[in-house]
Design a protein around this ligand. Structure first.
Ligand code: RAM
Length: 353
C-alpha cells in the first residue's frame, strides 16, 4: 500500500523541548490540534486525543516510511493530532527525555521503537501512570512497560529468511558475518539470536560459519567503515547479512566499488528504493523487508483502540486497523503486521518505498 507521508503542520508544543533533536523533530511534527498540555491523568475527550511517535532515531529513511504510515493511520483512526519526536542517534537512553516531555504534555498514546528494552522502562511507566497508553513498534520495549508490541513480521521468520538467502547466495558453505544496527536494539538482537540458533541446528547450514558480528549503529558512516573492517579482518568472508536498512545500504555502497563486488554476497533487510542501484549493478542479488508504512499504520489504530478502551492489549483482543482490516493480539501483547517480501532484479521496480 502506498501511504501519504506529508506533514500537515506543526505545533508550538515542541518549543520548550530539550535536546539537540528539537529542530529536526519540529520539521517532522504534524499536528492539527491545539498545543497546550491537558496536564495529566484524566482521559482526553474523544475528539481531543493526541498520539506521538518516538522512533529509534529521526535521520533514518526507514523511519520516514514507517512514520508516513503512522500519520495516515493516526488521521484515519481519529486522533486530533499526531506528531513525531525523537533523538538523532539510536543510543540506549536517548529516548528518555522525549518520553518525559510527552508525559508532561498529557499525550494519550506514545508509540515507540525502543533503542533498548529496559532503558526506556521507567519513563514509560511514568507516562502510563499519567494515563498514556504505550504501543511499542519495530523494536520492543520490555513487555512490562508497554501495552502491545506491533511487530512487522514474526521475529523468527525474519531470521530464517535471511539465513536462507545468504546460504543460497554463498552456495551453502563458507564464512559469513552479521553487520547489525546498535548492540542494544531489541529487534536486531532477537533476529540475530534466531539466526545463530538456525545456523547451529539446521543441517543445511552445517558448512556455514558465522565469524563476526559488528555494529554500525544505524549510522551510515560507521556502517560503511564496519563493512570495510570486516573484509580486512576476514579475507575469506563469503557473505554478509545486514538486518538493518541503514547497514545493508552502507555495506552495498562499500562493496559496489570494491574488489569484492559480486564476489562477497550481501543480503539482509533493505528499502527497495535505496537498494535498487545495487541490485541493478550486481552487488546484491536478493534481500528482504516488509512494507514499513503498514507498521506505523497498524500502530496508530492499536493506540486508538487502547485509549478508547475498546481493547486492553490482552491476548485475544481484536481491533480494526483501517484498510488493513482486523488484527488480533497474540500472546505477550504481540500484533503481527504482515509477511516479508523478497526483492530481486525481477521485482524491485514494482516497489516504491
Ligand atoms: C533499520 C532499523 C529498524 C529495522 C530496519 C529493518 O532501519 O534498525 O529498527 O527494523 O532497519
Amino acid at each position: 500500500m502506498m501511504l501519504n507521508r506529508k506533514s500537515t503542520g506543526q505545533t508550538g508544543r515542541l518549543a520548550g523541548m530539550v535536546a539537540i533533536a528539537a529542530a529536526a523533530a519540529l520539521a517532522l511534527t504534524a499536528c492539527n490540534g491545539g498545543s497546550g498540555s491537558d496536564g495529566g491523568s484524566s482521559p482526553a475527550a474523544e475528539g481531543d486525543q493526541k498520539i506521538t511517535f518516538i522512533p529509534k532515531q529521526l535521520n533514518n529513511p526507514y523511519t520516514d516510511v514507517v512514520l508516513g504510515g503512522g500519520k495516515k493511520g493516526a488521521t484515519e483512526a481519529g486522533f486530533a493530532s499526531s506528531q513525531v519526536v525523537g533523538p538523532l542517534e539510536a543510543s540506549a537512553s536517548s529516548q528518555v527525555s522525549f518520553i518525559n516531555a510527552e508525559t508532561q504534555a498529557g499525550t494519550n498514546v506514545i508509540v515507540i521503537a525502543a533503542n533498548d528494552p529496559d532503558a526506556v522502562c521507567t519513563a514509560l511507566g511514568e507516562a502510563r501512570s499519567a494515563g498514556a497508553k504505550i504501543v511499542a513498534f519495530d523494536s520492543d520495549a520490555n513487555p512490562d512497560c508497554r501495552d502491545v508490541f506491533i511487530s512487522q513480521v514474526v521475529a523468527k521468520e525474519v531470521a530464517l529468511i535471511q539465513t536462507k538467502l545468504i546460504s543460497e547466495q554463498i552456495g551453502g558453505s563458507g564464512e559469513i558475518a552479521i553487520l547489525s544496527a546498535t548492540a542494544n536494539a531489541t529487534n536486531q538482537n532477537e533476529w540475530i539470536k534466531f539466526m545463530e540458533e538456525e545456523l547451529a541446528s539446521n543441517p543445511d547450514y552445517k558448512d556455514i560459519k558465522l565469524v563476526a558480528k559488528v555494529y554500525g549503529d544505524d549510522n551510515d558512516t560507521k556502517s560503511f567503515q564496519e563493512a570495510q573492517g570486516l573484509m580486512q579482518a576476514h579475507p575469506n568472508l563469503k557473505g554478509i547479512i545486514s538486518p538493518t536498512t541503514v547497514g545493508i545500504a552502507a555495506t552495498a555502497r562499500y562493496l559496489s566499488t570494491s574488489e569484492y563486488k559480486g564476489k562477497v554476497a550481501l543480503t539482509g533487510l533493505g528499502l527497495p528504493n535505496e537498494m535498487r542501484p545495487f541490485v541493478k549493478d550486481g552487488t546484491v542479488k536478493e534481500f528482504a523487508l516488509w512494507d514499513p508504512a503498514q507498521l506505523g499504520y497498524v500502530a496508530a489504530f492499536a493506540g486508538k483502540a487502547l485509549t478508547d478502551g475498546t481493547m486492553t492489549g490482552a491476548e485475544g483482543d481484536t481491533f480494526t486497523a483501517g484498510e488493513l482490516g482486523e488484527r488480533k493480539v497474540e500472546k505477550g501483547g504481540l500484533v503481527i503486521v504482515g509477511p516479508p517480501t523478497v526483492f530481486n532484479a525481477e521485482n524491485i521496480d514494482k516497489y516504491d518505498f
